[in-house]
Design a protein around this ligand. Structure first.
Ligand SMILES: Cc1ncc(C[n+]2csc(CCOP(=O)(O)OP(=O)(O)O)c2C)c(N)n1
Length: 587
């Protein structure tokens, strides 16, 4: 059966299966070895199963394909669950394959029995998967596999789990050929709610000063959204997850709303002259709604457009909810703008400063001026030693090429990155690949996500430098995946914010008046550790140290580099949104 599984992955153009081997999953590795010899799908062996799931997550986000991860039965499956849960919270399409001992051994005390008579992997995965099944007979294999892939790539996307006993997986193919053409099964009809779109159209037409809030789920529609925004001169703000989708230098961009966001974005939403706010694929969880900030959102101006229906329940205050495929909805609206005759939306442009809009439209790229406010410009511009984290964020895009991808890990990294890291993206229209230039995994917010995900990102984006910003705590949890980046020869730069602390915990405790406890970490020389593992490491104390790095050599290197950055530990990250929630007694 394993060869059949591989054949389906090939149909989808999937290149890698991320995982850690073990006795019960061996038949799948056998098939992957055969496939690799033919130049097909191959195994990427992680150091920890959660790292494997994070890699599959990064691969899926940046390739637009299905991420696939696997583990053996028992501890392999339990290890992998955090990475799967993370993909579940972030709607990342993922096929999760775990093994079981042979069916005949269920209930007989087999080592690592994970059937319903053991730790019950299917039971464990039931709360973090969109499809979840034990394949208990060879005849179930093909249709259950197809159903799993369809669920994983459905709407909302997410992990689908199949748990396969070793004897079923090892069975010689009774069915030697794939029966399903997955392309056809995955091709979803782009249905459109004409009435809702017409209402949306009327609202946009009436608006004098509209604002778009763009979340990561809007990525499929970003080309049309940006085009409409310039057409009607709508200001743009993004959620932390949507940050990578819009150039920070876009003249209409006013910053991030929510966790570690910008005051300019907040002010815009309470500006009385703003008469329409359209939130697109923004989810409105804690981090993207400014912790359910009713002052900003209960403003009677909100229209909420989503493809994931449950997200609409977060905005009972919205005057209009629109559901459906975002790409279809915004392509439809955009095509109306594109038609100069008879388009009602043209009227909006006519009453605005036509000249300014036309000028902006003529330009194919933005100049590198920011049109939003950062909190602590003194630190952002300071060349003091030790290097301030804000200054580090300022310098990274200066040093690395403009197409570099940035991932920020759970901890202060994603706070610093969200607020102060502005990749040099002159793009006024279109999109930069699937994932955008900046990503963070905030809803599940697992430490170490960025480390594994950076490996998957790098494999998905051949020849693109990938910078992973992480903390020393996260590195001590997941940094062993560095050796995978070495084996895979990936141009990956790990930037470790070394503050010998669980910094976010430490600063959170200070900001909330909690006991300053359990936040210290033993100081570690991560440069030496990297060298011991086989990757070059550099210790960075100051902006001068950073500027003396030979970035061309680092980016030309077929292998990872570690920057152990000894940051100014006294700088408080912009995490007030989170600490304010923690201060509420019931939260
Ligand atoms: C797996 C996991 N365990 C615990 C937490 C809670 N937590 C959030 S941030 C953080 C500290 C992160 O420390 P570090 O990686 O050193 O980054 P820093 O905040 O210091 O930059 C902790 C423990 C988490 N998010 N994920």
């Amino acid at each position: 059966m394993a060869d059949l599984l591989v054949a389906y992955l090939e149909q989808l153009g999937v290149e890698y299966v991320f995982g850690v081997p073990g006795g019960a999953i061996e038949p799948l590795y056998d098939a992957l070895a055969r496939s690799e010899r033919r130049g097909g799908v191959r195994a990427v062996v992680a150091r920890h199963e959660t790292g494997a799931a994070f890699m599959a997550d990064g691969y899926a986000r940046n390739s637009g394909k299905l991420g696939v991860c696997c583990s053996t039965t028992g501890p392999g499956a339990t290890n992998m669950i955090t990475g799967v849960a993370s993909a579940y919270e972030n709607n990342v399409p993922m096929l999760v394959i775990t093994a079981q001992t042979a069916i005949s051994t269920f209930g007989k005390g087999a080592i690592q029995d994970s059937s319903c008579t053991g730790v019950n992997t299917v039971g464990l995965y039931s709360h973090c998967t969109r499809y979840n099944t034990l394949i208990s007979h060879v005849d179930q294999f093909e249709h259950k596999l197809a159903a799993a892939i369809m669920s994983a790539m459905g709407s909302p996307a997410g992990p689908a789990h199949i748990s396969v006993p070793r004897d079923v997986m090892a069975m010689d193919n009774l069915i030697s050929q794939t029966h399903y053409q997955l392309d056809n099964l995955l091709d979803r009809p782009a249905l459109i709610d004409e009435k809702a779109v017409a209402k949306l159209n009327v609202e946009i037409t009436r608006a004098r000063n509209p604002v778009f809030i763009i979340g990561d789920e809007a990525s499929e529609a970003i080309v049309s959204i940006l085009s409409i925004a310039s057409e009607i001169d709508a200001k743009i703000i993004v959620t932390p997850h949507g940050k990578g989708l819009v150039s920070p230098y876009h003249p209409l961009f006013k910053g991030v709303i929510g966790f570690a966001g910008h005051n300019s974005a907040k002010q815009l939403l309470i500006d009385p002259s703003v008469d329409l706010v359209i939130a697109i694929g923004a989810r409105f969880g804690e981090f993207s709604s400014n912790a359910w900030d009713t002052k900003l959102l209960l403003n009677g101006k909100l229209i909420h457009v989503e493809s994931t229906e449950a997200n609409l329940t977060r905005t009972p205050m919205a005057k209009l909810h629109v559901r459906g495929c975002l790409e279809t909805i915004f392509n439809r609206l955009d095509s109306q703008y594109g038609n100069p005759k008879g388009s009602p939306l043209r009227a909006v442009v006519d009453i605005k400063d036509k000249k300014a809009v036309k000028q902006d439209k003529k330009k194919s790229s933005a100049d590198l001026t920011m049109h939003f406010d950062c909190d602590n410009l003194a630190a952002y511009n300071s060349d003091a030693t030790p290097i301030k984290p804000q200054r580090l964020m300022y310098y990274l895009p200066q040093l690395f090429p403009p197409h570099t991808r940035y991932l920020a890990d759970s901890g202060n990294s994603f706070a610093w990155g969200t607020h102060y890291l502005h990749p040099f993206d002159r793009r006024l229209a279109g999109m930069r690949g699937h994932g955008g230039l900046f990503s963070a995994s905030m809803d599940f917010a697992s430490m170490g996500w960025a480390i594994g995900s950076a490996v998957g990102t790098s494999l998905a984006l051949d020849n693109t430098p990938v910078v992973c910003i992480t903390g020393d705590g996260s590195w001590l949890m997941s940094g062993q995946e560095l050796t995978v980046a070495i084996e895979e020869k990936l141009t990956l730069i790990f930037v470790i914010l070394n503050d010998h602390a669980y910094g976010m915990v430490k600063h959170g405790q200070m900001l909330t008046g909690a006991e300053p406890t359990a936040n210290k970490l033993t100081p570690v020389d991560f440069s030496a550790l990297a060298e011991a593992m086989g990757a070059p490491g550099h210790i960075i104390h100051s902006p001068a140290d950073l500027n003396s790095l030979d970035i061309n050599t680092i980016c030309a290197r077929k292998g990872p580099t570690v920057l152990d950055v000894r940051i100014d530990v006294t700088e408080a990250p912009p995490i007030a949104l989170r600490t304010n929630v923690l201060k509420i007694k019931h939260a």
